[in-house]
Write a protein that binds this ligand. Structure first.
Ligand SMILES: [Zn+2]
Length: 254
């Protein structure tokens, strides 16, 4: 895949609110910026400069030669236009396809399709949850793809599926998936209801989606459940990296 350069926007700026995101959707945009030089690098620079205090941002900017990773995948970016609590803003990763004239739009759009496939694999996002910005608020975006430039949405999704099929398997082989098994990411187990509720409230106040499940006489604060063990392990590792205790537990589902 095209090189991905990590250039995260400064923490605490309006463009990077630090709210937790568990990616369930991937949202595709075109930048609508046809200025010379408005490629992936300068879109990252914008979020470090005079764009950093605007509530407009994206996870990735993609041109024909480079992908910049501007907001971490596990944090919210403001891109969907569906409000502070909108599903688009709170549950989707944003990919901006650059339109600067010196970038080849076909190559840039192909790069975005390949990145989309990689993120689907990483987070277990189904193809049905790869959506246009238009899906969230009716905006004419991604405007170039919507005009069939360099190809239309049906072709974009077909390319995504093609990349998905050929991408290398994860380095750690996933466990064979058994029917009726889920891999839950948990942050604690409690005998006392008040303690579980307090832990739940603490996670929610940090912006994490969390809920309490009961099993074996314990109330467990759960942060997500995955069909594929590796996806659960990846999410737990990301939480650990943010200083949150999280571990993976096997759950039988009836
Ligand atoms: Zn858009």
């Amino acid at each position: 895949m095209t090189q991905i350069k990590e250039l995260y926007a400064p923490s605490g700026a309006n463009c990077r609110p630090g709210l937790a995101l568990l990616p369930r959707y991937i949202t595709i945009h075109n930048t609508a910026n046809t200025s010379k030089g408005a490629g992936a690098q300068s879109h990252a620079a914008y979020l470090h400069g005079w764009g950093k205090d605007k509530s407009v941002s994206w996870h990735y900017a993609v041109d024909d030669k480079l992908i910049t990773h501007c907001i971490p995948d596990v944090e919210v970016a403001w891109h969907a236009g569906d409000g502070v609590n909108g599903t688009g803003n709170r549950q989707s990763l944003a990919i901006e396809i650059c339109e600067n004239p010196e970038s080849n739009l076909l190559a840039a759009t192909d790069n975005a399709a390949e990145l989309t496939a990689a993120l689907m694999k990483q987070y277990g996002v189904p193809i049905g949850n790869v959506v246009q910005h238009n899906h969230w608020n009716g905006k004419d975006c991604p405007r170039r793809i919507r005009r069939g430039e360099p190809y239309d949405w049906t072709m974009f999704l077909a390319k995504v599926q093609g990349f998905f099929a050929v991408q290398a398997k994860p380095e750690t082989a996933p466990q064979p998936q058994a029917e009726g098994v889920l891999w839950a990411v948990q942050t604690g187990a409690y005998r006392v209801r008040e303690n579980a509720q307090a832990a739940l409230a603490a996670m929610k106040s940090k912006g994490y989606e969390a809920y309490v499940t009961k099993s074996g006489g314990l109330m467990r604060v759960q942060l997500g459940a995955f069909a594929v063990r590796q996806n659960a392990a990846n999410y737990a590792a990301k939480l650990n990296a943010q200083g949150i205790t999280a571990f993976v537990v096997r759950k039988e589902v009836k």
